[in-house]
Design a protein. Sequence first.
Length: 621
Amino acid sequence: MSPKRLEDMYDAVIVGAGAAGLSAALGLLRSPEITELKEQGVDPKILVVSKLQPLRSHTGSAEGGIAASLGNVESDDWHWHYYDTIKGGDWLVDQDAAKLLAEYAPQTVINLERQGVAFSRTEDGHIAQRRFGGHTREFGGAPVKRAAYAADRIGHQILHALWQQCVAAGVEFAEEWYVTDLVLADDGKQAAGIVAFDTHSGKIQAIHARNVLLATGGAGRLFHTTSNSWDLTGDGMALTLAAGLQLEDIEFVQFHPTGLAHTGILLSEAARAEGGILRNADGEPFMERYAPEHKDLAARDVVSRSIMAEIDAGRGVADPKDPDGPKDCVWLDMTGIDPERMKEVLPQVVETIEQYANLDPAKDLVPIKPTAHYTMGGIPITTDGEVYRWADGAVQVVDGLFAAGECSCVSVHGANRLGGNSLLDACLFGTRAGQTMAARIAENPVDSPMADDSADDMLTDAADQAADSRKAELDELLAGPIDDSDDGVPTANPYQLMAQLGSVMEQALAVRCTAQTIDTALTQINGDITPVADTLRAHDKTAAFNQEVTAIWEVRHLIELAEVMLHASESRQESRGSMQRLDFPERDDEHFLAHSMVADDGSVSFKPVHITDYPPKKREY
């Protein structure tokens, strides 16, 4: 689907059609303010721009569950969810945001059910919930069942339900349009729209908008081994940097403990919640040694580090597909789970193991290793979804610019995200951002007879100028590749470069790092990768459906993100949450209990953490 024509000015443009973007669209359209506007005959002009057809968004791959203290499982209470989120994030969590996350989680889950999400059920008809890593019933106590699930396909259910609701609400989509620019007004204080590449026609389009929301997902393709789909190239984060804004806590990247060996394909945490056990080469259930209370269901960063510690100690195993290869995996033992139960609640996990490892999890041990999974940091936002810059020790909101989901950082995840909190974050704060935009639109809709056309002209000019620059670049990309080889055949292509960057980042930052690994990566990127990226050209001169053109922009986005991630990692001289500095092995609250704020030039400043209820303490599982 693509719009038949673009409006001269939109009330709001939402970039991304996963859980966050779709939740924002519904939150906007179903708000009381917009309902009242429609009753007055004013229909807000809204457009959702998506890099993919919406049902291919990465939300659909989420397997395990969405976290909420629903009150029907072991007398769970949202205050415990609140505390576990703070503890899980190693006290880098903004507690005002985490409180909203936990308090409104039940309402979010119930609303999803009403919108059509088919949750699994208990025998008495309640929404079924399972244990997930780091979630407890009491402060620091035993694990609790808090993850509401739909077998192991909760993301698929949520994505389809939200998309169907958007279609029913008449949301207009521009599908398979790649956003190349976030446009701000000349003073950088107000959103002016976006520039997008329509892959169907091969045309660059300026899209003028008073409000823009970025919901573009994470940046897992920064790493060679990742659970993320090919499209998660950090576009929204890179666009924000290019617009002169900052990223918050971008050094914190979660490696999920159980990626299927040497594929990166995720085996859901639900496998361990249902009774799966991690074992080393000696058959030992080693998590008892690292997390005596929670064992295999400790927080993800704890489990990933424990796996790497076993491998480094020589107790790793080889992938059965490559028995003579490196012993860089451990076993996931699911043989203790009843086979029928496994097929009922873990169908996706079973299917993945059978198809990609040629193993039967009911009988065989499964090789796993940590895989890049989630970016805790991102575009800094308020709890209402407003993007801001940190300058002169204060928050400066960018008028009309919003973000939600994994590309953003409201800092409910801190230094490490608890399982089940990502879908919750996307749906809850996506809805809040949509509602905030609705209130702004109601004050002065585009179709209002009182609209300030002169102000809109300034925004239009800014977007049109950005589009003209991008059109000139597209012409250059399509002019033909630069001959950079001895035999006359160009060798540089974005896919090779992306693979090279992934290997560099894997060596530098995967699970653990040092100043030396960071410095080596920066040297390699600046010396070997960036110069080649600058010379990339498409091998085909046709603009329409030319995937290489978008791949060139994607790899350039990834390179920009890699550099700022390395600079932020270099600046944080401590170990906290998902970030393990081998040269700074202890958490340092005196100097680094603060959010990093990094700009596109690599400069880093620090912003205080909002601590309201729970002062920092030692983190143990």
